[in-house]
Design a protein around this ligand. Structure first.
Ligand code: IMP
Length: 431
């Protein structure tokens, strides 16, 4: 059975957590492949709300084993807090979570560097979790991997070079002796916490696929935050598109069978950067409040925009979506009219594709198609025919424009508040 990749189709926060949690009920393995605790997946399950950051959403499914592939970066202290928090909520994590020894470690100094750059006015509105500085060290070949962190003499040596390398920047923040203390604060306890989780994710994925098991690759962030294809430089520092699953989990492209793109029925983004369909004022505030559009990781209010089909077409291309999950359709109920961006205008000319130039990405003006909208409470809908006609028209328009089936339409936070348009339940998505 080939693997299924689930990725965000916009700027993150599309509702991947809910989709992954539902699919994970049929999966044997759930594998994260990039990002770190900058991610925030909110999952409502059994009347309880869980906020996941590094741990895959699959941990909330009873049977699946969860893995962090080599492309994920791990903050040991934050992971310990997350695991302990989940355990307090009654979720068994130990024995059900494996971490690749090749994952890079987010060190306390990476957080300091991230924060300093944001404060120094060179920022892009990061989550301040040390993501950029950690991936920088990885690519510059001076990072610390989990397997290095678990080897005390080696870690001491690497920590020394790390401090030497970053001394000029760190010294602007604090005396170096203090930065050094930060690096080693609680090290023994954190090492002891991490050690039992080590598992060769790539080998386990291959073994599961060989045995015909269902493997789910869970993306974090979204297509427009991808370091190559997103709104550079206002992006995260990893490949959040579907191709990232291969490199970040150690699996070949021939092993991936399907890619599910997750998009909201409107658009949001947090942090700075271009956002052509952004709306402010009353409608923006209405969507933000009704949709609870505040960051799971940082609590920041999210920027709100109309659905952008130019952006989604680009996402469909770079990810090779097999089908779409359209989330939070219920949030749009009561807005008249609804608008959908179908093209851009740039210096008086019509543009159909996402622009590469950072200046053009700021300058494009959306061309909209208007819809009458719909009203009423959608949260009880379970079949497509339960939705009001205006909502069905909206979904069909998106499908036609993208040439993709919206196989999942979400109408509420709960797992049951879902319209499924594909036979075979969750298992059908692997085909
Ligand atoms: P970083 O990943 O913390 O370096 O932040 C880089 C950009 O990605 C910022 O605009 C963040 O707001 C954004 N970002 C990172 N993770 C997420 C996420 O999980 N959801 C939405 N935006 C994110």
């Amino acid at each position: 059975m080939p693997g299924l990749v689930v990725v965000g189709a916009q700027w993150g926060d599309e509702g991947k957590g809910k989709v992954v949690h539902w699919l994970a009920s049929q999966a044997h393995l759930v594998v994260r492949f990039q990002g770190g605790n900058n991610a925030g997946h909110t999952v409502v399950c059994g009347g309880k709300q869980f906020a996941l950051h590094t741990v895959p959403s699959g941990i909330l499914a009873d049977k699946a084993l969860s893995l962090l592939g080599n492309g994920v970066i791990v903050n040991p202290r934050a992971l310990r807090e997350e695991v302990e928090g989940l355990e307090r909520q009654g979720v068994r994590v130990r024995g059900r979570l494996g971490i690749s020894p090749l994952c890079h470690v987010i060190l306390p100094t990476h957080l300091l560097l991230d924060g300093r750059r944001e404060d120094a006015g060179q920022g892009i509105g990061t989550t301040r979790k040390g993501i950029g500085p950690c991936y920088e060290d990885k690519v510059a070949r001076c990072g610390v991997r989990v397997c290095d962190y678990l080897d005390p003499p080696l870690f001491r040596e690497l920590a020394k070079s790390h401090l030497r390398l970053h001394a000029p920047e760190l010294a602007r923040l604090m005396p170096l002796a203090r930065a050094r203390r930060e690096l080693f604060r609680d090290y023994e306890a954190l090492r002891a916490f991490l050690a039992p989780f080590i598992a060769d994710a790539s080998v386990l994925v291959e073994a599961a696929l060989e045995r015909g098991r269902r493997v789910l690759f869970e993306g974090a962030q979204g297509a427009m935050l991808d370091v190559d294809f997103g709104t550079y430089p206002f992006v995260t520092s990893s490949n959040s598109c579907a191709g990232g699953a291969c490199v970040g989990a150690g699996v070949g492209p021939t092993r991936i069978g399907a890619v599910l793109g997750v998009a909201k029925a409107y658009t949001t983004r947090v942090g700075l950067g271009p956002f052509p369909t952004e709306i402010e004022g009353r409608v923006g505030r209405f969507i933000r409040e009704k949709g609870g559009e505040y960051g799971t990781t940082t609590g920041r209010p999210r920027r709100i925009g109309w659905l952008d089909l130019v952006q989604l077409k680009a996402a469909a291309r770079i990810n090779g979506f097999s089908r779409l999950a359209l989330m939070k359709l219920d949030t749009l109920s009561g807005i008249h009219p609804l608008r959908v961006c179908t093209a851009y205008r740039l210096r008086g000319r019509r543009v159909e594709g996402w622009p590469c130039s950072r200046r053009d990405a700021f300058d494009v003006e959306p061309v909209y198609e208007s819809f009458q909208g719909f009203s009423g409470d959608l949260s009880g809908a379970r079949r497509f025919s339960d939705l009001p006609e205006g909502a069905r028209d909206y979904v069909r328009f998106v499908e036609r424009s993208l040439g993709l089936e919206a196989a999942v339409v979400s109408v509420g936070k709960d797992r049951e508040q879902t319209v499924l348009r594909r036979p075979g339940g969750a298992a059908g998505f692997w085909r």
